[in-house]
Ligand binder design. Structure first.
Ligand code: FPP
Length: 252
């Protein structure tokens, strides 16, 4: 295995260096959001259970989070569980919640070293009580940290919009961009600059429907468990090569 890794680095060294070089002086997006797709197919190719893919999908998170916060990104959102995912077999749902619980437990135990706050975007009332309790606790414990990791859990973009409209109507206010913004699950968070979807599908799947108005979209065929720091740097380089116009004319 050691020889294999050494050969891989030797063969890929130039392209890795190119990626790092290309965006050395350009800023990272302020907010990056991830649709982490392809865990099941990744596991199937290895003749493993789908849950193995979810477990391995949590492996690269630390290096991606660390890289982002070191390079100027302030907000990260991970689509961990969609409202639509309730259609999956109960055993798989249980495993996803267990994996998330274990990751959050580690964070909770090492909370003094955690340099970001955790926010949940979505519903906590339908997830297992143990998970709900620990998420409420880490949200409270990390609330004063500067950087932010958002966990989209039991989340639906459409439901978020409906919920916001209902709340605004109940308060007898006008429905405006500002009031909508103030009634989203998480407040005072800038819209994502970049949304990355792994796993080959080119769709949004009910994710951040309100917030993605001006987001850049990046789709890759790479399955989420294979989406390591090199793949992430490729996504960043691609983002940095784009011209963001927000409806304005091209500067070229
Ligand atoms: C989509 O792949 C992935 C999910 C529904 C679950 C994502 C959850 C994790 C990676 C667990 C840990 C997360 C954190 C933030 C600690 P899929 O099952 O739809 O894959 P497929 O399209 O190949 O079937």
């Amino acid at each position: 295995l050691y020889k294999k890794i050494k050969r891989w680095i030797k063969e890929n060294k130039q392209s890795i260096m190119d990626i790092f070089e290309k965006h050395r002086n350009k800023p990272y997006p302020k907010h990056v959001a991830f649709i982490m797709d392809g865990n099941g197919r990744w596991a199937k190719e290895l003749e493993q259970e789908r849950s193995y893919g979810h477990m391995m999908g949590a492996v690269h998170l630390v290096e991606i989070i660390t890289d982002c916060f070191r390079n100027g990104t302030q907000f990260l959102t991970f689509f961990v569980f969609a409202e639509q995912n309730w259609k999956r077999p109960p055993e798989e749902i249980k495993r996803i919640f267990e994996i998330l619980y274990k990751k959050i437990k580690i964070l909770d135990m090492e909370i003094d070293y955690c340099n970001f706050r955790i926010l949940v975007q979505g519903r906590l009332d339908r997830v297992p009580k143990k998970l709900r309790t620990i998420l409420e606790r880490v949200q409270e414990k990390t609330k004063d940290k500067e950087k932010t990791v958002i966990i989209a859990l039991d989340y639906s973009g459409r439901q978020e919009i409906i919920r916001a409209c209902k709340r605004i109507m109940a308060s007898k206010s006008d429905i405006t961009q500002d009031t909508m913004q103030n009634h989203m699950y998480v407040k005072n968070i800038p819209d994502p600059d970049l949304i990355i979807r792994t796993g080959g599908e080119k769709r949004i799947s009910d994710f951040l429907l309100w917030q993605l108005c001006n987001s850049e979209l990046y789709f890759t065929d790479v399955y989420w468990p294979d989406f390591d720091i090199v793949e992430f740097k490729k996504a960043i380089a691609d983002y940095q090569s784009r011209e963001r116009r927000y409806g304005n004319i091209s500067r070229c």
